[in-house]
Structure formats: C-alpha cells, structure tokens
Design a protein around this ligand. Structure first.
Ligand code: G3P
Length: 220
C-alpha cells in the first residue's frame, strides 16, 4: 500500500519524507490556499522533495482551460499528477491528458459509477472521499469496497484507488483490508499511525533494565 500525505505544507512534507515512508503527495486548492504561498512554486518545491506522484489540481471548470492548466502543471515536473474534478469536463480532460501519457488523479469521487467513468477515462488515480461521506452519515468504506471489487473485474482498468478524505487510522486500516492501492493521509493521521502506549511502556521498561547492566553496545 502506498502512503501519500495530504498537504501543501512544505515543512510537513520535508519532515515526513525523512522517514522514507512517503510515496507521494496530494494537494487541493483549499490546502494550497491554507499555506498562503504561491501555487506553482509550491508544487515545484514539493516535486523536488518527494520523488513519487505529486497531485496538483486544476482550478478551471471548462475542458479547454482545464486542459491548458493541466498541461502547464504537468510541465512543472515529471512527477506531477494533474488533479481534475469528477465532472464531464474533468473526465474529457483526464482522457486527453492520460492519452498524452500525463498522470491524472480524478478527485471528488463519491460514487462507484463515478469511479467507473474515471477508469474509462484513463485516470492514473481515483480519489474517493471517505471522510466526507461519513460526515453526512453515508458509508465511505463501502464505497472503497465497491470500487475495488468493480476494478478487479476489469484487468484493462489501470486506475489505482487512492483513498482520500481520511479522518483517522481506521479509515487506513479498513482501506488496506479492502486492498486499496494508495491512502492519502493528513500529516497528523500519518504521524499518529506509529503510536501505541504499550510500545512506549515496553521500550521504557527495556531501557530501564538495560541501564541496570551498566553496559553500552558501542563501547565493546
Ligand atoms: O485532498 C483531497 C482530500 O483528501 C481532502 O479531503 O475531506 O480532508 O478535505 P478533506
């Protein structure tokens, strides 16, 4: 399973990239606005830090302009994945860009029917938003299960399921059980995955007992 981080904050991305566990980055216009930084230079900087796919979203809604924006974003770095919304114009743009060998992440997916359209349009990634479905009392994880089941029926579908809008570790664990390809995690969720109180307690006990031996591994 690939781990992407869902942020445009360069410091957060650099810190997490140091772990060696980061496979990519997803951004969206809201995340970019939150940084207060220039979009294009931010994407360029992120693409230098992380070698995996970096999603950069178009902001036009008509096909012609989306295509122009997508080509400009794709030209910023070889690891840019152009993000387009799941609309008719977004799907047309996805088809045109993917036919040219450009990575496309189709975002704002909330149904299996939408996910089928994205795969038919040649999307590299489909981003179903589990958290926003849960937020309105619908079952976000069921959507992931449905998409994975459908995609597995069609070997010619090359689209990777990129679980987005993750709110907590259970979303990640359930997505992994289902067999989703990628999870894009908010920085706080990604950092929290490693934590368990029994690990901390066990390590503390090991080190306390080791200290009693008076030994040091490096002194030998
Ligand atoms: O960036 C795409 C998606 O992960 C954002 O979801 O619900 O956290 O805004 P959300």
């Amino acid at each position: 399973m690939k781990f992407f981080v869902d942020t445009a904050d360069i410091a957060e991305i650099a810190e997490l990239n140091e772990t060696g566990l980061l496979d990519g980055v997803t951004t969206n216009p809201s995340l970019v606005a939150k940084t207060g930084k220039d979009f294009v230079s931010t994407i360029k900087e992120i693409c230098k830090i992380v070698k995996g796919p970096v999603s950069a979203e178009v902001t036009a809604t008509d096909h012609a302009t989306m295509l122009a924006e997508g080509r400009k974003l794709a030209a910023l770095a070889t690891n840019v994945a152009v993000k387009v919304p799941l609309t008719v114009d977004g799907l047309k743009t996805c088809k045109a860009l993917s036919d040219d060998g450009i990575m496309v992440n189709v975002t704002l997916c909330f149904s299996a029917a939408q996910a089928i359209l994205a795969a038919k349009a040649g999307a590299t990634f489909i981003s179903p938003f589990v958290g926003r479905l849960d937020d309105i009392g619908q079952d976000g994880m069921q959507l992931i299960a449905d998409i994975v089941q459908i995609y597995n029926n069609y070997p010619d579908f090359k689209t990777e399921v990129l679980v987005a809008s993750i709110r907590h570790p259970i979303h990640l664990i359930e997505s992994a059980k289902i067999g989703a390809d990628v999870a894009t995690l908010p920085p706080n969720v990604l950092k929290g995955l490693v934590k368990h109180p029994l690990t901390d307690k066990g390590l503390e006990a090991f080190l306390a007992d080791w200290k009693k031996t008076g030994q040091s591994i490096l002194d030998k």
